[in-house]
Design a protein around this ligand. Sequence first.
Ligand SMILES: C[S@@+](CC[C@H](N)C(=O)[O-])C[C@H]1O[C@@H](n2cnc3c(N)ncnc32)[C@H](O)[C@@H]1O
Length: 330
Amino acid sequence: MTLATIGREVNLSGPAHQAEPDWNTTDYHQPVLLQETLDRLSPRDGGIYLDVTVGEGGHALAILDRSAPGGRVLGIDRDPRSLVRAERRLAHYESRFIPIQGNYSQMAAICRSNGVSQVDGVLMDLGFSSRHIETPGYGFSFQRDEPLDMRYDPQQSLTASEIVNTLEQEELASLIFRFGEEPRSRSVAREIIRSRPVNTTGELAQAVARSMRPARRRIHPATKTFQALRIAVNGELDHLEAGLAEAVDVLAHGGILVVISYHSLEDRLVKNALAREAARCICPPELPECVCGHQPRMRNVTRRVIKPSPEEVRQNPRSRSARMRVAQRL
Ligand SMILES: C[S@@+](CC[C@H](N)C(=O)[O-])C[C@H]1O[C@@H](n2cnc3c(N)ncnc32)[C@H](O)[C@@H]1O
């Protein structure tokens, strides 16, 4: 049996633990806003929950514990390497945890092919995990020099290296501006083009740094450019938009959607999508009367975004940018 406390497992026994000792370490991505997620999802015995960004299974583990003995979690992730860790970590939940490699933009089809038509809750904890930054080989971070990759799904062919080495200067500048909100996108793009070929995270970080005047900054000068490339390589905003619509489709009446985002582009998209799903009318404002016939499908549960407590930010500084929004299926 497993005893799980919030985000931390207490000693395990059983086959999973014997087979690979480090499954029981606390060396996992720390789930963000965990208590707040559980409070909103209210997992119950017999419920079916979709954790569509299961990562290393921190949230899923807590949902499984809260919904014992009969609750089930379908855990989806694009990254098969994270999924393997989640699968091993949660093996002792046996058939209550169903790991699936896939994209949350296809969650309805994934549910159907697993014999599930509707679910009681959907959790979307967006972006990358600390594993993606800490493990060599992903190429997400400028903290280590390695091939410029940035794919969650290693089967995908497009990499960050291909983007920086093939786009025209204008296209590259526009990508860095749109997805990184980098005000110096033009000079960054110019310097990247001048530095081609740019094949490693270190080469990219240096090119970005060269494009800016030395200054005291709160964040590394390449932070926004790296964010832009990660979003572009993985098509993150398109998948998020599709994923939010699919979440509404798979939720049972009264089911809860929890979305945790980590930057303003994601949060704005989530806010607008949920506002649209909750609206009685989506006609253009200039029309004198409603002709859309739109039916609201969701109700916003949180009037304001939920942010991590100062205590959580102290314990896990990576949580500081997290913003949670919650809605209920009507
Ligand atoms: C912040 S982490 C989730 C961490 C997880 N809640 C935990 O407690 O370990 C986000 C995860 O979403 C995955 N991901 C990103 N985009 C995805 C997509 N479109 N479909 C499915 N998974 C995705 C990433 O691979 C990553 O593992």
